[in-house]
Design a protein around this ligand. Structure first.
Ligand SMILES: *Cc1c(COP(=O)(O)O)cnc(C)c1O
Length: 358
């Protein structure tokens, strides 16, 4: 008899389910916070030329000097901070989780928040301590401070704005967490292009602050690039955990190209911010639908029978994210990504239809 996975593998991994991505073919895809806009045609052709010139027979130069230089110049990394690039910010989360996983280490994050904090922490072997948000989905800062005092966490994760709830935590609350935390505080600014608020400038004031960002929500989810900025002495250690060729030469070249044309992506994000406000107003006008404030490119709504509503929307050709079973605080909640004006109109139509058809 040969060895089975059940014999050999970690019981916690055997008990997990894989990250599920629902099929989206033929649907209006508004479930994953993607930028709905493509690059203009001329830029696409220039990008194709750039990629054609890349030496794909060579390994990447593992220092990513030019990409990091562009990130510094274009994305506002302060002078004293160092930068580390990851294969998406998911990989950065893994690096921090692995590097901090001393025996008995604990990690704290609000809940609900980005699922990868929990997953990465547990895979690395540390203990994950979720701290529920308040009922209105704001940060329960007293509960956070109590958890920090009790568990002395190696890492506190704060998504700013938070996913899947959409808003930024109050800056004063984050300051209190920074003042109390004995370990690292990571501000995950994946939605910074829509929030126009950042902790980057605070890096010089707090040695234990790490600011993490990604180009995914900016419009480049398909090229997997994330980056973190922190004091050089932290980055030097995290760099040891990074697989040396973690970003492909094609991703690197595409990211460099995109950053050289950052104004195009930023204009798309400005459009999405405007449309988010229009979408929220339209959603609030639908009887039985309540929106939460958002500074991201999605809107969280609460609607009775959310799972049936999501299914009804899918039947009407629109895919959104049913988060109602992710956490008790998200009962009857759906997460709607802001798309193009046409996509948003289709989403509203599908939502109205699904509500009428219940
Ligand atoms: C989407 C998201 C990420 C993932 O970013 P990638 O760079 O695509 O891996 C990270 N953090 C938060 C809070 C997100 O919502």
């Amino acid at each position: 008899m040969s060895t089975t996975p059940q014999d050999l593998l970690r019981p916690d991994i055997l008990a997990m389910s894989s990250y599920h991505v629902p099929p989206a073919a033929g649907l209006v895809k508004l479930d994953a916070m993607e930028n709905p806009y493509a690059l203009p045609g001329a830029l696409k052709r220039a990008l194709a030329d750039r990629l054609a010139a890349v030496a794909i027979n060579r390994y990447p130069a593992p220092s990513y000097v030019r990409l990091k230089q562009l990130i510094r110049e274009k994305l506002g990394v302060p002078a004293g901070a160092e930068v580390l690039v990851g294969n998406g910010s998911d990989e950065l989360i893994t690096m921090i989780s692995v590097a901090t996983a001393k025996p008995g280490a604990t990690v704290v994050a609000p809940a609900p928040s980005f699922v990868m904090y929990d997953l990465s922490t547990r895979l690395a072997g540390s203990r994950f301590m979720p701290v529920p948000l308040a009922a209105d989905l704001s940060l329960d800062v007293d509960a956070m401070l109590a958890a920090i005092a009790e568990h002395r966490p190696a890492v506190v994760w704060l998504a700013y704005p938070n996913n899947p709830t959409g808003d930024c935590f109050r800056r004063a609350d984050v300051e209190r967490i920074l003042a109390a935390a004995p370990g690292l505080v990571v501000l995950d600014e994946a939605y910074q292009p829509f929030a126009l608020d950042s902790w980057m400038d605070e890096l010089s004031r707090h040695d234990h602050l790490v600011v993490m960002r990604t180009v995914s929500k900016l419009g480049l989810a398909g090229i997997r690039i994330g980056y973190m900025a922190a004091s050089p002495r932290w980055i030097a250690e995290f760099d040891k955990v990074r697989p040396p060729y973690n970003v492909s030469v094609l991703d690197e070249a595409a990211a460099e190209f995109a950053l050289e044309h950052l104004d195009v992506l930023q204009a798309q994000c400005a459009r999405i911010r405007d449309d988010r406000e229009r979408l929220r107003a339209a959603l609030d006008a639908i009887p039985g639908v309540a929106t939460f404030p958002s500074r991201a490119n999605f809107v969280l709504v609460r609607v009775a029978g959310a799972t049936a509503v999501a299914a009804g929307m899918r039947e009407r050709g629109v895919l959104i994210k049913d988060v109602s079973r992710m956490h008790p605080l998200l009962a009857d909640c759906l997460r709607l990504t802001v798309g193009t004006p046409d996509e948003n109109a289709a989403m509203l139509e599908a939502l109205r239809g699904a509500l009428a058809g219940r």
